[in-house]
Design a protein around this ligand. Structure first.
Ligand SMILES: [Zn+2]
Length: 226
């Protein structure tokens, strides 16, 4: 009954007859708080936030409890891999710890979620290094704010480990990603390692995160040495 009333209020047309009239004080405080938090998530607007909130109210109580547990455990159980800076619940992460992966190649990406774009091609079998950003002078992000030092450490010869032979720069093909790739190429090439940049299957100005697997595969295959 309460839910039905809330839904009716949430959907009622506004004075102007506009499609999406709402006032947050139309909602009961706990509901307004949830909608407010959901709206802060990427890609979630007022309408989606309301839909999710009402869905959770209607769903089995265990569903909402499971979601709450997953959210609470996310920050508690996730950390950065001490080798590649990927987000992980185990250290080293699943890629660094996997003996079947080719340790002679490291693919450098801006963000942890870029790894999934490359993994879904099912063609890349090397390791990763996550910079956690890109050089963006206008936002005050310089090389020192990125995880570059730990990349250099990985190029040191380690007894019992094959040396790193190639670094693939898979930063986004936008101005920040290109500036980062150019900086890293200048830094890495004198160290005697092959440095390559992913090909331009990915449209300039877009983010790797949104590349489909075929485009990402073409970009990897079409990489050129810098
Ligand atoms: Zn790792």
């Amino acid at each position: 009954m309460l839910i039905a009333t809330l839904e009716k209020k949430g959907n009622r047309p506004g004075r102007s007859g506009a499609a999406e009239p709402f006032r947050m004080d139309d909602f009961a405080a706990p509901l307004a708080q949830l909608i407010d938090e959901l709206k802060r998530l990427p890609g979630i607007g007022q309408k989606s936030a309301q839909r999710i909130a009402f869905h959770l109210l209607r769903a089995e109580p265990e569903r909402a409890a499971a979601l709450a547990r997953a959210l609470a455990g996310l920050r508690e159980n996730m950390r950065f891999c001490s080798v590649c800076n990927n987000l992980t619940d185990i250290d080293p992460c699943q890629f660094c710890a996997d003996p079947r992966r080719n340790r002679e190649v490291i693919c450098v990406v801006e963000e942890p979620n870029n790894i999934f774009s490359i993994e879904k091609t099912r063609e890349y079998n090397g390791l990763y290094h996550v910079l956690h950003g890109a050089i963006a002078p206008l936002q005050g992000v310089g090389p020192d704010q990125l995880r570059i030092h730990s990349l250099l450490l990985r190029l040191r010869e380690t007894p019992g480990q094959p040396p790193v032979r190639e670094i693939i720069l898979a930063t986004d093909p936008d101005s920040e990603g290109e500036a980062t790739a150019a900086y890293l190429a200048r830094l890495l090439k004198p160290l005697g390692v092959k440095v390559s940049r992913i090909g331009m299957g990915i449209p300039v100005g877009t983010e790797i995160e949104f590349a489909d697997e075929v485009t990402m595969l073409k970009a990897l295959e079409g990489r050129r040495e810098l």
